[in-house]
Design a protein around this ligand. Structure first.
Ligand code: GLA
Length: 388
């Protein structure tokens, strides 16, 4: 972290010069979701944690009407006026600009400033690099310009930025985890009420290992939006038994009683995933709280199988990583994490098996898929904050 901070500061000064006015540095993390996938936009439960990698932002007011944005990750940079935001192609600056747009829409006045971002989350890995850019921007602007919004407002505003400005209809989990993360804790979120609870994560002799398929997630957003609308269709059909507004309202038992109302096989599978996954989150938290990591691992496995068979968001790369992981002794469970269609898996691996895990899963994946996967030990960190 220290070296990341020095690096982004140096890049900032190189680009914008060293003035007497103090620059500020902020950070917001990426996240890994342990269980509860594609439940957030269905008013369900999720159980993510914030990571130690994320997006740094060095920022300084510049006394002009322009906001200048640059990053150490991509060449593209922008200079935009403080009072109007227009999306620019598919460039990264749409994430911070989307957040600025939301502040403007709420009647806040922005000031000219120079910004240097630097992300340490692997791109397109499904570890919420985009939410971390949004949150770091929202957090920094709110503090620097004295807007005084609550953290919960910043979370909602960042999600809206992604929905409206970037055009991805995401739920609230990623921004929530990036804002509310707590070192060595996971966050149990009720995505309907937005009540949440941080729960200690002490996996003892086990580590949480993230494995990256390194497959680029083409088409992910259109398929994501398609899944959302399939869930909405399920809600309509199930409402014949009495009005419901979202799938997360139904217990597994109630769903089983009324599932015959869904007259489309695909929609039925989508709904079954969401409702069974919701129950798995509750079961997983109960398992964790009684120190039953074996059960937690089984639920991770069941979650992946449901995402593969019922929700159909995995694909050969994620399935291969998971299958190979499960063959290794000392692995309690393995599943895809995030939206799917590529990205990463998360596995619970015994300390003594770590080397064997990376070598055997790495080799088998390379042989089958032709890509080299990356492995990271998840270090669970705090949420969005000012660093100095
Ligand atoms: C993406 C979205 C989240 C959530 C997950 C799937 O990460 O941004 O809101 O829906 O997919 O669980």
């Amino acid at each position: 972290m220290e070296s990341d901070i020095l690096f982004v500061k140096r890049e900032f000064i190189e680009k914008y010069g060293n003035h007497t006015k103090k620059m500020q540095i902020y950070f917001a993390p990426g996240r890994v979701n342990l269980i509860g996938e594609h439940t957030d936009y269905n008013g369900g439960f999720v159980f993510p944690c914030a990571l130690n990698f994320g997006t740094y932002l060095v920022v300084r007011l510049n006394r002009t009407e322009q906001i200048r944005l640059a990053t150490t990750n991509f060449r593209f940079e922008g200079s935009v006026s403080t009072n109007r935001m227009e999306p620019q192609g598919k460039h990264w600056i749409n994430y911070p600009m989307g957040v600025m747009d939301q502040f403007i829409k709420r009647g806040f006045t922005l000031s000219g400033m120079d910004m240097m971002f630097s992300g340490t989350v692997p791109n397109s890995a499904g570890l919420s690099s985009s939410a971390s850019i949004e949150m770091v921007t929202a957090f920094a602007l709110n503090e620097l310009l004295g807007f005084n919004l609550e953290l919960m407002d910043l979370i909602k505003l960042s999600q809206k930025a992604e929905n409206e400005f970037v055009g991805v209809n995401c739920g609230i989990m990623d921004q929530f985890a990036s804002a509310m993360g707590k070192k060595d804790h996971a966050i149990f979120i009720n995505c309907h009420t937005l009540d949440y609870q941080t729960i200690p994560l002490n996996p003892g002799d086990y580590k949480i290992i993230i494995s990256n398929t390194n497959k680029r997630r083409g088409l992910a957003s259109s398929k994501y939006n398609e899944r959302r609308s399939q869930c909405e269709s399920a809600v309509k059909m199930l409402s014949q038994a009495g009005k419901i507004s979202f799938l997360g309202e139904l217990s597994l038992q109630r769903f089983q009683e009324i599932q015959h109302l869904i007259n489309d096989g695909i929609i039925l599978k989508r709904a079954r995933h969401v409702i069974s996954e919701n129950q798995r989150v509750l079961d997983a938290i109960a398992a964790l709280q009684s120190d039953d990591l074996t059960r937690f691992g089984q639920l991770m496995n069941e979650s992946h199988n449901s995402l593969r068979d019922d929700y159909e968001v995995t694909g050969i790369e994620l399935d291969t990583l998971v299958e190979e992981a499960r063959k290794v002794d000392g692995v309690l469970g393995s599943r895809m994490t995030g939206a799917g269609f590529g990205g990463c898996t998360v596995s619970l691996v015994h300390n003594n098996s770590l080397n064997h895990f990376t070598s055997s899963v790495g080799m088998a994946y390379k042989n089958k898929i032709g890509l080299k996967p990356d492995f990271y030990i998840a270090e669970i960190g705090d949420g969005a904050r000012r660093l100095e």
